[in-house]
Every structure is written in structure tokens, then in C-alpha cells.
Design a protein around this ligand. Structure first.
Ligand code: AMP
Length: 280
């Protein structure tokens, strides 16, 4: 009989028994796939033997019912893209499959789920943590791939995985952008062509903020400048521009060795987010 006192060695042993065929990579998504999602699939493809993708628009992470109702659904096109990308398995469950009973589990990540996205989308990260927990337990991947685009989500999932001992290695992949710099997002498909042009203001604000910070301007001043740029644009409503620590998202007044600029706001009725990791 084998006796294990350490979680890691027990898992390593069980893994050898369970998966003689190789590593399973997992890419959870909400569909309406674009090149950002495909970059995650490609990374999994490169590092793992099997790639599993999920498409599930998780209702428990939507604090705004209108946003959920309008979330784009392009399943046939998504399936074609995944086949083309060499994805091995797609999991696209129904709501009754995922939530057969009313859900009551709530997560509390302290400051991490109250700040920034958490402040403007109350309950959002509890829903994310719930669905990611369920998906990780269902798929039991060796590695799971997330985008830097949702940086706060990545930190939440990292905390979830560490604190609940999920046996998975996480990867955070860079933001894939349109040629003009707009961060790819499923929500971009909801923009009119005029709004699509205006949406660029968020990325431009991040770039300008980075340049001003690197020139030694205080963040409070930079923030006021960005606010005034956004206020002068039609259909743009800035929710926040923040300078934060990449480890825990605590807010910063000046750039440090681990800082990130994060921005969120509306173009018309469409809410977009973006960020830039700063290096000194
Ligand atoms: P979503 O379908 O929007 O829930 O996103 C699924 C995964 O794709 C998340 O880990 C996102 O962070 C990631 N993702 C979304 N957009 C991008 C992008 N433009 N570049 C890289 N990853 C992205």
C-alpha cells in the first residue's frame, strides 16, 4: 500500500494512474469566440496533449440582466473555429446541466472581489468562482488558460485554486488586440461602427497614462486628464482608471516594479475593460 502525507505527492501519484495518455489543457469561455480565445487554445495545444474548451454563458456572474440577455451567441461559428484550431473537446452545457438546483454558494475574496470590477459588478466574482470551480471539477485539467484581458478574474481564479487546492496549473496569456489596438472582446460585436471607433479611447487612455506616469506625472493628475478626455467623447462613460499592484490589486499612487493600469467604461450600452501591465 502507498501512503501519502502530502497533497502534492498524492496527486502526482494519482495523476500517473489516471492519465497515462498525457496532459489535459482547459480553456473556459463564454463563446462568441475571437482571436483572443484562439490564442488560449493555441497555448494549450502547444503545452498539452488534449485541449478542452467550454462555452457557457454563466448567469451567476451577470449582475446586469440586460447584459446577460444581449450576450452574443455564435455557437455554429464557434464550433467551426474550434475545429479549425485543433481543439479536441468542446463542453457546452445547458443551464439545467450546470445548475440543476438553485445555487446558494457564495465566495468572499476580501478586497480582491470588492475593488474595481467587484465594486461596479457586485456578485460578479462570486459567480465566476462558482462556475470555474464547477468546470475545474468537471474537466479536471492539468492546466487551465486565462487571458490577461480579465486580469482581476485571473487573480480571483488564482486565489480560488490556491486556497481550495485545485490540482491545476494556471496560465495567464497576453491580451490579443485588433490592429488599431482595441482589446478583442465578444462584446465588441455589439458596437455600431461609430461606437467601434470611439471604443479605442480606453486603450488610448491607457497608453497616454503609461507615458505620463513614466514621465514622472503623479497618478492623481493622470487620472484627471484621462477623465476629462473621456468626458469629452460622445457615448463614452468612464467607470474607473486605476493604478494597482499586480499581486493583489491594492491601489497605488506611483508606479512600482509590479504595477498595472486598469480601465473600464461604457461605449453606449456596451461595457468594456482593458489593462496594461507597466514595467518601470
Ligand atoms: P470570455 O469568453 O470573455 O469569458 O473569455 C474567456 C477567456 O478568454 C478569459 O480567460 C478571457 O480573459 C480570455 N480573453 C478574452 N478576450 C481576450 C483577449 N482579447 N486576449 C486574450 N484573452 C482574452
Amino acid at each position: 500500500m502507498k501512503i501519502f502525507k502530502e497533497i502534492e505527492s498524492l496527486r502526482t501519484y494519482l495523476k500517473q494512474i489516471r492519465q497515462p495518455a498525457g496532459l489535459i489543457g482547459f480553456v473556459p469561455t463564454m463563446g462568441a469566440l475571437h482571436a483572443g480565445h484562439l490564442a488560449l487554445i493555441a497555448a494549450s495545444h502547444q503545452e498539452c496533449n488534449y485541449t478542452v474548451c467550454s462555452i457557457y454563458v454563466n448567469p451567476t456572474q451577470f449582475n446586469n440582466p440586460a447584459d446577460l440577455a444581449k450576450y452574443p451567441n455564435t455557437l455554429d461559428q464557434d464550433i467551426a473555429m474550434l475545429e479549425q484550431a485543433g481543439c479536441d473537446v468542446l463542453f457546452c452545457p445547458t443551464h439545467t446541466e450546470m445548475y440543476p438546483h438553485p445555487d446558494h454558494i457564495r465566495f468572499d475574496f476580501g478586497l480582491l472581489d470588492k475593488t474595481l470590477e467587484g465594486e461596479f459588478r457586485p456578485g460578479h466574482f462570486s459567480g465566476v468562482a462558482l462556475v470555474v470551480s464547477k468546470l475545474l471539477n468537471i474537466v479536471r485539467p492539468d492546466k487551465a488558460y486565462f487571458g490577461q484581458k480579465d486580469f482581476q478574474q485571473y487573480l480571483i481564479v488564482s486565489k480560488l485554486v490556491a486556497d481550495l487546492n485545485f490540482n491545476v496549473q494556471l496560465r495567464c496569456m497576453p491580451i490579443v488586440r485588433e490592429p488599431d489596438g482595441l482589446a478583442m472582446s465578444s462584446r465588441n460585436t455589439r458596437l455600431t461602427s461609430a461606437q467601434r471607433k470611439r471604443a479605442l479611447v480606453f486603450y488610448q487612455s491607457l497608453q497616454q497614462a503609461r507615458a505620463r506616469l513614466h514621465a514622472g506625472v503623479a497618478f492623481e493628475v493622470v487620472k484627471a486628464e484621462v477623465k476629462s478626455i473621456c468626458e469629452n467623447q460622445p457615448e463614452i462613460k468612464l467607470e474607473y482608471l486605476a493604478l494597482a499592484d499586480t499581486a493583489n490589486l491594492s491601489l497605488l499612487k506611483n508606479v512600482t516594479t509590479q504595477s498595472i493600469l486598469l480601465i473600464a467604461g461604457y461605449v453606449g450600452e456596451v461595457r468594456l475593460i482593458d489593462n496594461l501591465i507597466l514595467t518601470e
